[in-house]
Write a protein that binds this ligand. Structure first.
Ligand code: ATP
Ligand code: MG
Length: 559
């Protein structure tokens, strides 16, 4: 049944609605975390295809992860069921795959070309150089050696392979050199929206410029203060110069945050203010928070004490214990009612930190799923499974075949790949593409009743009622190799990561830091993160091993 526009835009506040109604020409939506950017984008697309009569096949939505694309597709299926299957909802890389599959002959590939993972890239280079060590070094230095890069590309193509970078650079080159192909895609995708625009890189930007002319219907949504992928080549500069690139662009700011309690939000805003890229950054709490919690700041003796604190607190919040309320002298209405495992996330800067947390959660009987932002294809267990699948028969679903292919040492990878939810059914080709394009976090299952263990990068765009951000220490967040000097640009990016982490929390946010922890095999004293000092004392409540007054009461509750 057709959905009336009142229902589609009715779920938006007036500013969000104004943003969704900017349907012609370029527009820039600048908005902080939890202000409904992703929601506004989704409703805008629904509005376009219903109220504005835009054919769904003319719409392209670009998200940052495969998982975000899937979630947006699900939401649009619910909002505009008849139109949803005709929309293109993709990441830059999956859009690239689509263009290359359609235009394969023009770039010297078959329609069934493969996507080389790191192992395949290495084997191509090893064949060329006849030396595995040299191939490993060459892989990281390919851009500097034009002659080798050329031989490498030829060898890849001879095997009907592209690498991950090719997925965007090849379409860009194709559209640049063949104007009629570019015209075809401009005609096809006349309404383009890009979520998380602050993290586009130069090739992605060039692809967008080719697809969306200066007066095109391009909507860029994002938050420069959440730019966190510089290490992968992302450049927040593209967001900041959107007005120059698209001079006719209209701008909307969203400032009402529907996600986090007011103390969490106030702390987060104070944390980002010293280096904000958004002049006059404003964020007010608009959600319903009857008795908002302060930000818990826990000081542990070491990583094991920190992990035990996380496990204990999850247990207490789930048991309906009034742990947090006790700390703040209240016993009811603290927002812990009705929580399940899936409502908790533990966020950390480096994957290595997950080990102590996993041990403590396992001991406490708390089930979890751990995901990083690393590429799936580069995980050793995953690679083995993909290789084995090649030799498997064709009977059974992909899932059954994975289980047959798996060896004992790849069980962790099987757990990781199982959600890949199953989603692919019998379609092995799709499964391989998903692996080639996906990050670990894309297989995170929000519906499973498990605590989420995520790197801060992987937590981008997500939200949880209860968030623990562990390892808030100088050298870890901001991250710095022991002995290295601080780099101001990198420190700013680390501060943005801290901001992203804090703003994932809805009801409870716990920040923890340890007095010492093992890094690179050595136990080192860890000063607290300098970012903690900016939160403002009025929104923070300190407790922990190094600050014992409330500990007694906590232990009594546990007994
Ligand atoms: P991030 O920067 O972290 O990606 P975002 O700006 O994309 O955040 P969303 O994830 O779209 O924010 O929305 C945050 C939360 O607020 C979601 O739970 C969403 O459903 C809710 N929300 C957004 N707008 C409204 C609204 N107008 N009324 C009620 N809830 C809203
Ligand atoms: Mg979002």
């Amino acid at each position: 049944a057709p959905v009336s526009d009142g229902i589609l835009l009715g779920g938006l506040d007036p500013d969000q609605r104004a943003a969704a109604e900017l349907t012609e020409g370029p527009s820039l939506i600048i908005a902080g975390p939890g202000t409904g950017k992703t929601r506004t984008l989704t409703h805008k697309i629904a509005h376009l295809v219903t109220a504005c009569g835009v054919p769904a096949e003319r719409c392209l939505a670009i998200t940052f992860t495969r998982r975000a694309a899937e979630e947006m597709a699900e939401r649009l299926t619910a909002l505009v069921p008849g139109h949803a299957p005709k929309l293109t909802i993709a990441t830059f890389h999956s859009l690239g795959v689509r263009i290359l599959r359609e235009q394969h002959a023009r770039v010297g590939l078959t329609s069934r070309f493969g996507i080389a993972d790191e192992a395949a890239q290495l084997s191509v280079l090893t064949e060329l150089l006849d030396d595995e060590g040299a191939a490993k070094r060459a892989l990281s230095e390919l851009p500097q050696d034009a002659a080798l890069a050329d031989r490498y590309t030829k060898a890849l193509r001879a095997k009907d392979l592209v690498d991950f970078d090719d997925l965007i650079t090849l379409p860009v080159r194709l559209l640049e050199s063949e104007p009629e192909v570019a015209a075809h895609y401009r005609e096809r995708f006349q309404w383009i929206s890009v979520d998380e625009y602050q993290d586009v890189d130069e090739t992605q930007y060039r692809l967008l410029r080719l697809l969306a002319p200066e007066d095109g219907n391009l909507t860029a949504i994002g938050d420069p203060d959440q730019a966190i992928y510089r290490f992968r080549g992302a450049d927040v500069g593209f967001f900041l110069r959107f007005q120059q690139d698209y001079p006719g662009a209209r701008t909307v700011q969203l400032t009402r945050n529907y996600r986090s309690g007011p103390h969490i939000l106030a702390g987060a805003v104070r944390a980002i203010t010293p280096t904000t890229l958004v002049p006059g950054r404003e964020l007010t709490a608009a959600g319903h928070h009857p008795e908002p919690a302060l930000i818990g700041l826990h000081h542990a003796s070491d990583e094991h004490g920190e992990a035990a604190f996380v496990a204990r607190t999850i247990d207490q919040l789930l048991g309906g214990s009034s742990f947090h309320s006790l700390d703040s002298g209240r016993v009811t209405g603290d927002g812990t009612e009705g929580l399940g495992f899936a409502d908790f996330a533990v966020l950390y800067r480096t994957d290595a930190q997950a080990k102590a947390i996993m041990e403590a959660l396992t001991r406490a009987g708390v089930p979890f799923q751990k995901r990083s932002h690393d590429r799936l294809a580069d995980r050793p267990g995953v690679r083995e499974i993909v290789r084995e699948l090649h030799f498997e028969g064709t009977s059974g679903s992909v899932l059954e075949r994975i289980h047959r292919a798996a060896r004992a040492e790849t069980h962790a990878a099987v757990d990781l790949l199982t959600p890949l939810a199953r989603r692919c059914g019998d379609d092995l080709e799709r499964f391989r593409t998903e692996i080639a394009l996906g990050a670990e976090v894309d297989t995170w299952d929000p519906k499973a009743d498990l605590v989420a263990l995520l790197t801060l990068h992987a937590a981008k765009g997500l939200e949880f009622p209860v968030v623990f951000m562990v390892g808030c220490e100088d050298g870890l967040l901001p991250l710095r190799w022991p002995g290295a000097d601080p780099d101001p640009e990198e420190e700013n990016e680390e501060r943005r990561l801290f901001f992203v982490g804090m703003t994932r929390a809805q009801r409870h946010l716990y920040l923890s830091h340890a007095a010492q922890r093992v890094r690179q095999g050595t136990s080192r004293p860890m000063p607290p993160s300098p970012f903690l000092a900016d939160l403002g004392p009025e929104v923070v409540q300190r407790f922990g091993e190094a600050n014992p007054p409330r500990r007694k009461a906590t232990q009594l509750r546990l007994l």
